[in-house]
Ligand binder design. Structure first.
Ligand SMILES: Cc1ncc(COP(=O)(O)O)c(C=O)c1O
Length: 391
């Protein structure tokens, strides 16, 4: 039995995923498999470090210690073969704020930002908040999974008003871990057409057997000079509530322009507990992370087997990275409203609905696998019951 087999009740902890799910999905007693956080406690070393700091009792203004930077530098080197320097690391209170700042700092109101749909819907919000225009290069689905239509991507990047691309790597929701060849091509195209690449690599550590995350900024000198990499320990170690992330920017001009935008928000250094948790996670979390990935693989095996045996109508796409599974419900023949009604009211399984992710999302839903196996089992039984009831 692993520590992930112990069931954690998150209800009544002001938890977005569990405590507001019924309200958000307009149904009673839904099983929450939406928000991308985990139903597992963070590694014990992280909790212990937080408790140690808390017992000190004084929580005045911070400075950021060298050990904070060292833990990020060490993690990137060990896990991603990426050699970064202290000066490149810029604190942000989340990846989302970093995306908003990047759009604000590097585009003007009449300029455009490219994304690859279907994609994490907050990308659209970051662009809309600054009243910039979204340009979509849709990912293409084939038998082998999703891939990039490079011809379409180049056509769209060559529009002189496209100034920024927000790149999701690994990709939420389709779970791709991009290969070196794909990363090089994306980066080369951005450099060729003068488009700044903002890589959201928040899922970088959650990579499945047989795949390797490569930071896009590490693929070439040109990529390094033209990329803002957004990272965080929050997805990996379930720390999103501690609001601590970092942008890694090696190009000093780009870094300064980004920091100027950050200064306008009057944000400078991390929260005390966020810093302590990041250090403990990056310094002591590796064994826990490999146990986590094993548990997630077990959850995926259950999902895949259950669907194959009981619900062949629903097709899962095996993720290469992330703990999110893109489920294809198109064979049910339901329109957007019909699928929403079906999932929320009949199955009562709360999942992120495909259309939230933009073009290409119709007929899909995103299931969060980072839950206790019994929660997944219950959700699958509800789906089966709801589908077969209608027959
Ligand atoms: C691709 C991606 N980026 C960013 C975030 C959220 O980032 P943060 O909580 O650090 O603002 C998520 C959360 O689901 C995500 O999936």
């Amino acid at each position: 039995m692993s520590e992930f087999d112990e069931k954690l009740d998150r209800r009544g902890t002001d938890c977005m995923k569990w405590d507001v799910a019924d309200k958000a999905f307009g149904a009673q007693d839904v099983i929450p498999m939406w928000v991308a956080d985990m139903d597992f406690p963070t590694p014990r070393a992280v909790t212990e470090a937080i408790i140690r700091r808390a017992t000190h009792g004084a929580f005045g203004y911070n400075v950021v210690p060298q050990s904070y930077y060292d833990s990020i530098i060490g993690w990137m080197q060990r896990r991603h073969d990426w050699k970064i320097e202290k000066d490149w690391i810029v604190y942000t209170p989340g990846v989302i704020p970093a995306l908003y700042w990047a759009v604000g700092a590097f585009t003007k109101p009449d300029e455009k930002v490219l994304v690859q749909s279907p994609v994490y819907y907050v990308f659209y919000n970051a662009i809309a908040a600054r009243k910039r225009e979204v340009v979509c290069s849709e990912l293409v689905q084939s038998e082998a999974g999703y891939h990039i239509d490079f011809e379409d991507l180049e056509k769209k990047l060559s529009d002189p008003s496209v100034k920024l691309m927000i790149f999701c790597s690994p990709h939420n929701p389709v779970g791709r871990v991009w290969t070196r060849e794909e990363l090089l091509r994306v980066s080369d195209l951005c450099c060729k057409h003068g488009v700044l690449l903002v890589a959201d690599e928040i899922h970088a550590d959650l990579v499945w057997k047989g795949h390797k995350h490569i930071p896009v900024a590490s693929v070439s000198k040109e990529a390094a000079a033209n990329t803002i990499t957004c990272t965080a320990p929050s997805k990996t170690f379930n720390l999103a509530g501690l609001a601590t992330a970092n942008a890694i920017i090696s190009n000093p001009q780009i870094r300064e322009q980004f920091c100027e935008e950050r200064r306008k928000s009057a944000i400078h250094s991390p929260d005390t507990f966020g810093m302590v948790a990041l250090e403990a996670a990056y310094n002591h979390g590796e064994v826990w992370l490999s146990d986590l990935m094993e548990y997630l693989e077990g959850n995926y095996e259950l999902l895949e087997r259950y669907l194959r045996e009981h619900l062949p109508e629903v097709k899962p796409l095996k993720p290469e990275g992330t703990y999110l599974v893109w489920l294809d419900f198109r064979s049910l023949g339901l329109d957007e409203e019909g699928l929403k009604q079906f999932l929320n009211q009949e199955a009562r399984v709360a999942m992120d609905q495909g259309p939230w992710f933009g073009a290409g999302g119709q007929g899909f839903a995103r299931m969060n696998l980072a839950c206790h196996r019994s929660t997944l089992q219950d959700a699958l039984q509800r789906l089966e019951h709801a589908i077969h009831k209608g027959k």
